[in-house]
Design a protein around this ligand. Structure first.
Ligand code: NAG
Ligand code: NAG
Length: 431
């Protein structure tokens, strides 16, 4: 009897510790799976090679040749069809959230198919893009637009999108981009933690070689981030032949390279290249930083930032030159008129849609649906309040134009559980 009872007590103990182990194991495994998902690329299945279609425009409904409107005398009477197969290489800290809003609206208007990531808002950045990362991807499928953050990987992208895809991207002055990236991502780069003082950016640029660790976690955010986003090696010396090869590769692949500094001009060139309408280009500046936290780089810091990001600077200078050649052949006067028209239309929309007519601090945004995603450790990104009594004709467009990127992605059916979970964790630990 006694022996039996100790047996059951022992068994019970064993059973309890097994249960504890099981629960602990489950929790730990879930954590590991989550960490794995967050930190490493997806397993790459061996995908069969199926040739991509020539075009993914839905014909014939889209093939009503539309008459281009009279924005210019040159094209009057000319017919063209809006281009709908688009690869937008979304670079970091380059007003690309604003541009994505334009693309989302264009895609909805023409019922286009987006190649979206699954469970998060990027394609497992910074690991190179793989088409298996596209949600519900099967070989031979037709996609019109891809536009989420990725580390560019040309062969994989080419196996996903139709042959007639137009590749476009956007660049920004590398000194400004570096400053913005340092501000936005600095805290995610461990080697910045040991930089002393309040003004870490100035201290870092005083002697970047001392602080920078090319092997360090997330270090790519703080050196030639543009070149890195295009899938190239961001740590090369400027005189390395691979730098020019890399730039040449970008020149050959991308038909339109827009510039943040000339955003409206860029959109007009886009409209011209893609046969879009002025209506398609309307925008409000999304994801903008509060004035007090916006860069005021001194000439000395600017020079240092450009020297530190020398590859990006070379890249930018090249595309700044070709950009103005394009503007020249578009016609300087015609460009000035079109830009003025776009600005006038945007101001008109701001009056119609935005409470107070301008952006406000995160704390003053009433609807959570209008709250932008914030960088770690602060609330410096501004947003908007939708006016209460927008007339029916504009209500839908206003709401779309003001919807921040993550909310818009959710509306388009992208499941963002990893991104959202990360957001909740940050809320809980108040980071
Ligand atoms: C385009 O411009 C021409 C001449 O400037 C004008 O006669 C014509 O009506 C305009 N067409 C449209 C669709 O506005
Ligand atoms: C880009 O080119 C324009 C026109 O040539 C020039 O005025 C501007 O300073 C250039 N921008 C930079 C950052 O070099």
């Amino acid at each position: 009897m006694r022996e039996g009872r100790t047996m059951t007590v022992n068994q019970r103990r064993q059973w309890r510790s097994m249960c504890k182990g099981l629960v602990l194991g489950t929790v730990l495994t879930s954590c590991m799976i989550l960490l794995y998902c967050l930190s490493t690329p997806q397993v790459h299945f061996h995908l069969p090679e199926v040739p991509v279609p020539y075009s993914c425009a839905h014909r014939p409904s889209q093939f009503h040749n539309k008459l281009t409107t009279n924005t210019s005398q040159q094209t009057t009477g000319q017919t063209c069809t809006p281009k709908v197969d688009i690869m937008f290489m979304k670079t970091h800290k380059t007003a690309s959230s604003t541009f994505l809003n334009i693309l989302f609206r264009f895609g909805e208007k023409h019922r286009l198919t987006f190649a979206f990531p699954d469970s998060r808002n990027d394609f497992f950045y910074p690991s190179p893009f793989q088409r298996s990362q596209v949600r519900d991807y099967r070989p031979g499928m037709c996609f019109n637009i891809i536009c989420n953050h990725m580390r560019f990987n040309a062969p994989e992208v080419a196996k996903l999108l139709p042959t007639d895809t137009l590749y476009i991207t956007i660049l920004r002055d590398p000194a400004e981009l570096f400053e913005s990236s340092f501000h936005y991502f600095g805290r995610l780069v461990p080697f910045t933690w040991k930089i002393p003082g309040d003004d870490k950016l100035t201290e870092f640029l005083r002697d970047p070689h001392y602080y920078f660790d090319p092997e360090g976690f997330n270090s790519f955010y703080l050196k030639n981030l543009l070149f890195f986003d295009f899938g190239q090696d961001n740590t090369l010396e400027l005189d390395d032949p691979r730098v020019d090869q890399g730039i040449k590769f970008i020149i050959e692949r991308f038909e339109l390279v827009m510039l943040v500094e000339y955003f409206e001009e860029s959109l007009i060139l886009l409209k011209d290249a893609l046969c879009w309408e002025m209506d398609d280009l309307l925008f409000f500046k999304l994801n903008a930083r509060k004035g007090s936290t916006v860069s005021k780089l001194t000439p000395d810091l600017r020079a240092r930032a450009l020297e530190w990001n020398a590859i990006d600077w070379k890249l930018y200078q090249h595309f700044n030159r070709t950009f103005w050649k394009k503007v020249d052949s578009y016609g300087l006067k015609r460009m000035a008129e079109d830009v003025a028209e776009l600005r006038r239309r945007n101001a008109e929309m701001a009056n119609i849609c935005i409470e107070g007519g301008h952006a406000v601090d995160a704390g003053s945004i009433q609807e959570t649906a209008m709250q932008p995603w914030q960088p770690i450790g602060e609330k410096s990104i501004m947003g908007y309040n939708l006016k209460k009594n927008v007339d029916k004709a504009h209500r839908k467009l206003c709401r779309k134009m003001l919807t921040p990127e993550l909310q818009y992605l959710t509306e388009l059916g992208v499941n963002l559980w990893i991104t959202k979970l990360w957001g909740h964790v940050r809320e809980i630990i108040n980071w």
